[in-house]
Design a protein around this ligand. Sequence first.
Ligand SMILES: *Cc1c(COP(=O)(O)O)cnc(C)c1O
Length: 378
Amino acid sequence: MRSKTKMVHGGITQDEKTGAVSVPIYQVSTYKQDGVGNLRGYEYSRTGNPTRHALETVIADLENGSHGFAFASGMAAITTVMMLLDSGDHIVMTDDVYGGSFRLMTKVLSRFELENSFVDTSDADKVEGAIKSNTKALFIETPTNPLLKITDLKQMADIAKKHNLLFIVDNTFATPYWQQPLDLGADIVLHSATKYIGGHSDVVSGLVAVKSAELAERIHFLQNSVGAVLGPQDSWLLMRGIKTLALRMEAIEANAKQLVGYLLDHHNVGDVYYPGLKEHPGHDIAQSQMAGYGGMISFDVGSGELAEEVLKKVNYFTLAESLGAVESLISLPSKMTHASIPADRRAELGIGDGLIRISVGIEDVSDLIEDMEQALGD
Ligand SMILES: *Cc1c(COP(=O)(O)O)cnc(C)c1O
């Protein structure tokens, strides 16, 4: 089955009993046992729920994994995966990972003596240089937010193998439609499914997929022990979102490419960051490991004042955090998603006050361009 077909026919897509073509929402916490310990497959919904199970099967399929897991949020997924590590272990992570992942590592898990180093993982030498005797895992996000930096996943897989590290990839920005890290050597792929996979700004959720039965067993044990599971209603919403993921990603990318072309020509716009651009750092790697470049664009208008003016003037780009939905969203990383990073560190990373990030939606691109035109001024 090819990717687009899997989104419709992958996983468990029907109800065996009734033939219902949409998986029913099993709004249930516990299950009748036919005798003590004689289960019909389910015992308690933290451990397993048929609606969640259907979703978990489809994400495993989409990522070419063997097992999937659904969590109450992307952060719940990441936290649970981190529980695979022990106190005293060290983990190497992409330096501009999602802010919530940075906070989890530096403000929460650091208290349990989980050590970390944040490095520019687009540079393999820096990754090698950061590995210590207690390094147990490598956590990569690619493309990153908001500069869309690219890390070579095959190269990271080699490093992970050489040093016997657990190789984890946050695939939120690319989605399984454009990038399949398990095929490139990752052990664990995870998502904030709140973003593209859900796709409609209506559900907070996280997904994990793996290809080893041994890892799957350990993650299921942790999922059940930690208990941050996704409820049946939200599981159903994600499955509904997944059915149109391919269509949305294609539409979003087509719009993104046109918007990038427009922005490049605008005299008020400086640098434009989009992995599909030939001059984008890591473009060649993106081209080799991604089937498409996605719908996230960042661009610099030179000053915080102009950036705020643009954000005030746009009509079709909703000013909001988050990304990956059918509606176009716009944000100012320096004042929003990355506000907690000190100004000098932000400057070091290249996140200036005039940097605007957009998550392109599926609107008519002519409306989006006209809107940007009136907001950017002439
Ligand atoms: C949003 C996001 C997360 C966190 O997911 P939540 O669903 O908000 O908990 C993790 N990683 C990336 C790349 C994200 O964009």
